[in-house]
Design a protein around this ligand. Structure first.
Ligand SMILES: *Cc1c(COP(=O)(O)O)cnc(C)c1O
Length: 475
């Protein structure tokens, strides 16, 4: 496929408006026009349509990318977020002129607090990892406010998402890794040995990154509290438990949630993300941004006195909040629990349809996702998790997450989500079973998959280390 610059023809354009007269605006204008490709509107349209056809999204097919909760994002949410009352406002408008927007923020905070068992929440963070960073700053501010400067360490289990140690390090903490036991749960003895007067807190996700609910969760959070630390809940896996159990009731003090996972707003390419950070009452004075409250019958935004500062401008990615709130209002209280139950049901259904052929990393009922390990197969036949993932592309399926979590070797992590039908799950099972047959019949051929995509096996190391993201005009 040609790049858009390669299609450019000097002088070609679709200009509907006459050129603007050059008036003196009081600042210098650029001397030369920017070096943009010159094309007609239909060429531009076709270029992007062609690109879109080359992408795999939730709208195009099954997308079981574990840990990412690639559920379908209902189109009606876009309509909700496209109301002029939400799109045509300025963040510096006086409160009385944006009462509706403030109500959205207040309601979203209230519902999300109710679901997580928190008392207050900031809507500012723009992603999950950003929410983690914010939450850790709250923990830091609290220890400081008590004059406890010795608490410099954050404990992170080895099954954690990579963002957890990264956020802890960014927030200025030292990361202490603790191992998981053979069931994939936190090793209680290792945790007891790790906590002490230097413990600022623990970061944990439950269900964890191998898709299991830790049965010792209350004991875990108690151990950390008794040592004087706080418990941070990585809420990226909330889709498995929302409406059923709450992190706040499991002993967590701070939580972030990924609206772009659990609450049906698009990930990455579909728009910005949002990772609100919630906390218990004793931490709310440190929350960044504004929180909405009612004064004399009017809603107004106020910033907390001891706030850690802003982590993003104004109300965060406000339109994402609108979409998440609309989603919650559509599914309602019962729908929240039903969503979680169906996510868990779908994952267990698929796992049980596959476990005679695919070895599971843990022999247990899973939550919203399950992890396959192809370590033995790699050893016996040379066919790796990567080979199998690439083969799925030949059947039009987005591969599951590979090589994560790190504690499982040759891992494939499958998260179907609740928005897939029984028929789609059956088709996916069929494809998984078929590629296993293919791998057994002809292991060598698996290294050449995929066969049907335009780009087959890019050099991933080179793509990460030496990415080419600019067009070289002189080449
Ligand atoms: C996705 C994810 C994150 C990070 O969220 P982003 O929005 O991608 O920054 C953190 N923890 C877990 C377990 C996740 O799955």
């Amino acid at each position: 496929m040609k790049l858009i610059f390669e299609r450019s023809v000097p002088g070609r354009s679709t200009a509907y408006l006459p050129e603007a007269p050059r008036t003196d605006l009081g600042f210098p204008l650029r001397e030369k026009p920017p070096r943009l490709p010159e094309l007609s509107e239909s060429q531009v349209d076709r270029h992007y349509t062609e690109l879109a056809k080359e992408t795999r999204g939730v709208n195009g097919g099954f997308y079981p990318l574990g840990s990412c909760t690639m559920k379908y994002n209902p189109a009606v949410l876009e309509t909700a977020a496209n109301q002029p009352g939400f799109t045509d406002v300025h963040p510096l408008q006086p409160d009385e002129s944006v009462q509706g927007c403030l109500e959205v923020m207040q309601l979203a905070e209230r519902y999300l607090c109710e679901i997580t068992g928190m008392d207050a929440m900031t809507l500012q963070p723009a992603a999950g990892a950003h929410g983690e960073f914010t939450g850790l700053l709250l923990i830091k501010a609290w220890h400081r406010s008590r004059g406890d400067l010795a608490r410099t360490k954050v404990i992170v289990p080895d099954s954690a998402h990579g963002t957890n140690p990264a956020s802890a390090a960014m927030a200025g903490f030292e990361v202490v890794n603790i191992p998981s036991d053979s069931h994939g749960y936190v090793d209680l003895e290792a945790l007891r040995a790790a906590v002490g007067p230097d413990t600022a807190g623990l970061m944990l996700t439950n269900p964890n990154t191998v898709g299991l609910f830790d049965p010792n969760i209350a004991e875990i959070t108690k151990i950390v509290h008794e040592a004087g630390g706080l418990n941070y809940y990585d809420g990226a896996n909330l889709n498995a438990i929302m409406g059923i159990v709450r992190p706040g009731d499991m002993g967590f003090d701070v939580v972030h949630i990924n609206l772009h996972k659990t609450f049906a707003t698009p990930h990455g390419g579909g728009g910005p993300g949002s990772g609100p950070s919630g906390c218990k009452d004793f931490l709310k004075e440190f929350l960044p941004g504004i929180r909405v409250s009612e004064k004399d019958g009017m809603l107004c935004g106020t910033a907390a006195e001891k706030r850690i500062g802003d982590v993003r401008s104004f109300g965060g990615n406000f339109l994402v909040i609108v979409k998440a709130l609309a989603y919650l209002m559509f599914i309602g209280r019962e729908g929240v629990a039903e969503t979680a139950s169906n996510a868990v049901l779908n994952a267990n259904y698929m796992m049980n349809c596959l476990k005679d052929l695919y070895p599971m990393a843990y022999d247990a009922t899973c939550m919203h996702e399950f992890v396959i390990t192809l370590e033995q197969m790699k050893h016996d036949t040379g066919v790796s998790a990567l080979d199998m993932a690439k083969a799925l592309l030949d059947y039009g399926m987005h591969p599951p997450t590979m090589y994560f979590p790190l504690i499982v070797h040759e891992a494939l992590m499958v998260e179907p989500t609740e928005t897939e039908s029984r028929e789609t799950l059956d088709e996916a099972v069929e494809v998984f079973r078929r590629i296993m047959d293919e791998a057994k019949a002809d292991p060598e051929h698996m290294h050449e998959r995929p066969r049907t995509t335009r780009v087959r096996r890019p050099d991933e190391v080179k793509a990460a280390r030496k990415p080419v993201v600019r067009y070289d005009f002189d080449a």
